[in-house]
Write a protein that binds this ligand. Structure first.
Ligand code: ARG
Ligand code: ZN
Length: 895
């Protein structure tokens, strides 16, 4: 075992602090870039029009000009045409180049660098994805292309010339408008792009390669004709239709709901196969991971289609929230991401089922953000410090950030919120703004005070809300006492009370909502759902003139991202599950009831007993199965038990084996008791029409595949159950119906499973994205030999540690989505995990750091696993040449 002294990298990385922000010393009014593309040695010439942004009364006020730069070879540098001398005029180090004594006033700087796209395995800056030149500059990738003030508050007009070989790079793209094209000697050609909108360097993009194009048009509200082009690798163009439709829907929606219109004549999307994240909103040239563009019924599931629709919309929406108004510094990341996630969620809710969208959002928030907020990497929506900004593209900044925006929306209403949006854009269009600016616009537009609300940006941790109620029969008054607390998080031992919109309802014995008005409000203010405004640690709310409620429904619609501590009887939960008029709360009651039963079952199993489950719960499930009125997509959600990770979040220490067994036991119990109903649902929901990825038939598939999953829990090894799965797979005419049984088969194992997995492999061996599914299916399997299998799959030709999608599908799935096998008692999962993080760190440090986070959850485990996990973190930390990315996650994980 390594000793416990943790070795920091040779140089402990610098911590960047929000409070240290200073405005830039220089503005770059324009930037001319010229690229000579060569895979191993691309030349980049840049010409910067530099102007001082600070007062220069005399030469004594002139400050050095600091440009960021990383992994660059400097070829030449000249100021106003005069070559500069190293040492005398400038100095270069690992982090950049400083012109030590620039002249007073404005000047021109010309720099030539050489970079190596082919050797760029970090996929940040300019790199090659399957032979296509492409860029990823957010957050700090532009400095890997040329020396520049690579910070979001330096906004510049870009003029870009791209020269490259005609045969391998017929398509040459950058931001803005195409100004010129032409031929060069030696089989090369060029294109010149001009972006009229000043932008920060992180929004710069360049793509060059041999790409197929799907083009359509869109007419904006005010009559602008916009060409929409989606570029993909040849052979993939037949799978771009859905993304194109999604883009048009998103453009129209942003006009109608937010009054925001597109601002150029061209909007390009390029999809590449190797990409660190999902997608990137570069001005008028979005670059995507293939996964969020390509779809057809044979290769994409209904969920994939939904994901494409939402990511295409998200990136498009950034054009206003992110690009036209950008971030002052990276601490403000949620300014654009929280807001844009909120916008994409609203889009999905408007074009799909709002309740189902909300349920899925909350499920994901609880699976990813709540654990982050409860662990060693907890940070505020607007962080106070970081070592590596790429580590802060987190569920907290994105998803909790979106919840914060949603709370503003509930507090202000749609009209008030839109008023605030208009003021925000009017004030900050063309600027780099802060989260405070956003809240100020919301406050000013609505003439309200949001000072306390701002704590949501500065305070980490998931608040806990506890509600108790008492009915006074004599006065007919219901009194609710609401308490809020928030557990400490790293660096924040004490928490202040937050302003929380907390939606509640009271149900009478018939399940009807009791109209509510608070004491002192006039009776015209009654409503079925009352949004209480919490501001103090403890508050009382009185509802006079009401009959005795049968059940209390709270945090309706998940009005705030909090944990509820209140005790409700099983009976009350069953009642809400059947009756609550708020679909989210109805779903939630079922989840809470299930969770309670599962946690009891875990205890029973740990004590060596056999778990039993309330018949009331099973009856409630039956009601859902039999209710013809119910939206089928909602029913599928309501019939899905909380996942193993979420169950694990509720217990300490976490017992992965008992959780798995408890959940399986409840699944089997439900299947045994409700076999006929499940059979019926399975049979009647067979879809016969031609495939469409949404609407009623997608809902039917979701419900039918949920029934299939329960039915497979019936003595799964048995012939009949197995046969149903295999038949379902072979009868399928779409990916959703192939994946559902295959996922179940992969858990069951045995000959039928192997044969079906093989069939799937053979059928899709040439489809990269589907092979990712094939890898993930096996990595998530509950079979005891899963780790061995994962290791064997690393040898499969499709796998490569330098391809992020492969790493995520195989290793990421294993460490993040398979708690049962990842937490193997002998520590083999942890050892494998740390080994791969270390190897990956030398290839792609962003991906390595992201992959690492599950090791940080050690505090939730029993003693022996804690020791094993910490030992692996120590081992990682003591490795030589660790990246800043991995160093930050590993060191914080041990704190
Ligand atoms: N802004 C992109 C998106 O949300 C994410 C890019 C993050 N990239 C990174 N390397 N951290 O929409
Ligand atoms: Zn985004």
């Amino acid at each position: 075992m390594p000793d416990t002294a943790t070795a920091a990298p040779a140089q402990t990385p610098t911590v960047i602090r929000r409070e240290d922000y200073t405005a830039p010393d220089y503005a770059i009014d324009s930037l001319a870039l010229a690229f000579d593309l060569e895979p191993g040695a691309t030349r980049v010439k840049s010409r910067l029009a530099v102007a001082p942004a600070h007062e220069q009364g005399s030469a004594a006020d002139v400050r050095p000009l600091k440009l960021d730069g990383e992994a660059l070879k400097l070829v030449s540098i000249a100021l106003d045409g005069q070559p500069l001398a190293e040492g005398r005029d400038y100095r270069v180090d690992d982090s950049g180049l400083t012109v030590t004594a620039p002249p007073q006033g404005s000047f021109t700087l010309e720099i030539e660098t050489e970079i190596d796209p082919k050797g760029n395995s970090e996929l940040s800056g300019l790199y090659l994805s399957n032979g296509i030149f492409c860029t990823q500059c957010e957050a700090e990738g532009f400095r890997r292309i040329t020396y520049f003030p690579d910070r979001p508050d330096v906004l510049t007009r870009y003029h870009v010339t791209i020269r490259g070989p005609k045969d391998s790079c017929p398509v040459l793209l950058s931001n803005g408008n195409l100004a010129e094209t032409g031929e060069l000697s030696d089989g090369r050609h060029y294109a010149v792009w001009d972006d009229p909108f000043p932008k920060p360097s992180y929004l710069f993009a360049l793509v060059a390669g041999d790409l197929a194009c799907h083009e359509e048009g869109f007419t904006t509200h005010s009559g602008r004709e916009v060409a929409l082009r989606i570029y993909v690798e040849h052979g993939k163009e037949s799978r771009t239709g859905w993304a194109m439709d999604s883009l048009k829907r998103a453009m129209r929606w942003d006009e109608t709901r937010f009054g925001l219109e597109y601002d150029l004549d061209l909007f390009n999307i390029v999809a590449v196969s190797d990409f660190n994240m999902g997608a990137m909103e570069n001005k008028s040239l979005n670059v995507f991971n293939d996964k969020y563009i390509l779809a057809d019924p044979d290769t994409a599931t209904d969920g994939d289609y939904a994901g494409i629709e939402s990511v295409v919309a998200h990136e498009y929406f950034h054009n206003w929230t992110g690009n036209r108004v950008t971030c002052r510094d990276w601490f403000q990341l949620s300014l654009k991401e929280g807001l844009t996630v909120f916008r994409d969620q609203e889009f999905s809710s408007d074009v799909r089922s709002r309740p189902v969208e909300r349920i899925q959002t909350v499920r994901a928030l609880r699976a990813r953000q709540f654990p982050e907020d409860a662990g060693p990497l907890a940070h505020p929506v607007r962080p106070d410090s970081y070592i590596e900004i790429n580590n802060f593209y987190t569920p907290t900044v994105y998803e909790k950030g979106a919840e914060v925006i949603r709370m503003l929306h509930s507090l202000l209403g749609e009209d008030g919120f839109q008023k605030g949006m208009r003021l925000y854009i009017e004030r900050h269009d063309g600027q780099a703004a802060t989260c405070d600016d956003f809240v100020a616009a919301m406050a000013d537009a609505n003439d309200v005070d949001l000072e306390q609300f701002k704590r949501w940006y500065s305070q980490a941790g998931t608040p806990e809300v506890e509600v108790t109620g008492a009915y006074d029969g004599d006065s007919g008054t219901y009194e609710m006492t609401v308490r809020q607390t928030c557990p400490p998080t790293p660096g924040q031992p004490e928490k202040q009370p937050l302003q929380i919109p907390f939606a509640v309802g009271l149900l009478d014995a018939q399940g009807q909502d009791i109209p509510l008005a608070l004491e002192g409000e006039d009776s015209g203010a009654t409503s079925a759902t009352k949004v209480l405004e919490l501001r103090e640690s403890e508050q009382r709310f009185r509802f006079p003139g009401v009959p005795e409620p049968r059940a209390l429904s709270y945090n309706r619609g998940f009005s705030a991202p909090v944990n509820l501590k209140s005790e409700q009887s099983a009976e009350e939960l069953a009642f809400l599950m059947a009756q609550d008029s708020d679909p989210f709360a109805r779903w939630e009651a079922g989840q809470r009831y299930a969770l309670r039963l599962l946690l009891q079952a875990v205890e029973t199993l740990q004590a060596g007993g056999v778990p039993e489950f309330d018949t009331a719960f099973i009856d409630a499930f039956r009601e859902i199965l039999r209710d013809p009125q119910l939206d089928k997509a909602f029913a599928a959600e309501a019939l899905t038990l909380p996942g193993e990770s979420y169950i694990g979040e509720q217990m300490q220490p976490l017992d992965v084996d008992a959780i798995h067994r408890a959940r399986e036991a409840l699944r089997r119990r439900l299947a045994e008791t409700l076999t006929d109903d499940l059979q019926e649902v399975y049979t009647v929901n067979t879809v016969t029409e031609a495939y469409s990825p949404e609407g009623e038939q997608a809902a039917q598939r979701a419900l039918r595949n949920t029934a299939l999953s329960y039915l497979s829990a019936l003595a799964p090894e048995e012939g009949a159950a197995l046969e149903r799965l295999v038949d379902h797979y072979h009868a399928a005419d779409n990916m959703t119906d192939r994946m559902a049984p295959l996922r179940l088969l992969a858990d069951i194992g045995g000959e039928a499973a192997e044969a079906t997995l093989q069939d799937f492999h053979d059928r899709y061996r040439d489809n990269d994205l589907v092979m990712d599914k094939w890898l993930a299916l096996q990595a998530v399997s509950a079979r005891p030999d899963t780790l061995e299998r994962v290791k064997a799959l690393e040898e499969h030709p499709v796998f490569s540690l330098s391809r992020p999608n492969k790493v995520r599908a195989l290793i990421g799935t294993f460490v993040q989505a398979n708690p049962l096998r990842y937490h193997a008692a002998d520590g083999s999962g942890y050892r494998f995990h740390a080994d791969r993080v270390l190897t990956l760190d030398g290839i792609n440090s962003q991906i390595a750091a992201r992959l690492l986070t599950p090791l940080g959850r050690w505090a939730r485990m029993g003693e022996e696993r804690q020791r094993l996990m910490k030992a692996e973190l120590e081992r990682i930390l003591s490795a030589p040449d660790l990246s800043r990315d991995v160093y930050e996650i590993a060191s914080k994980s041990l704190e």
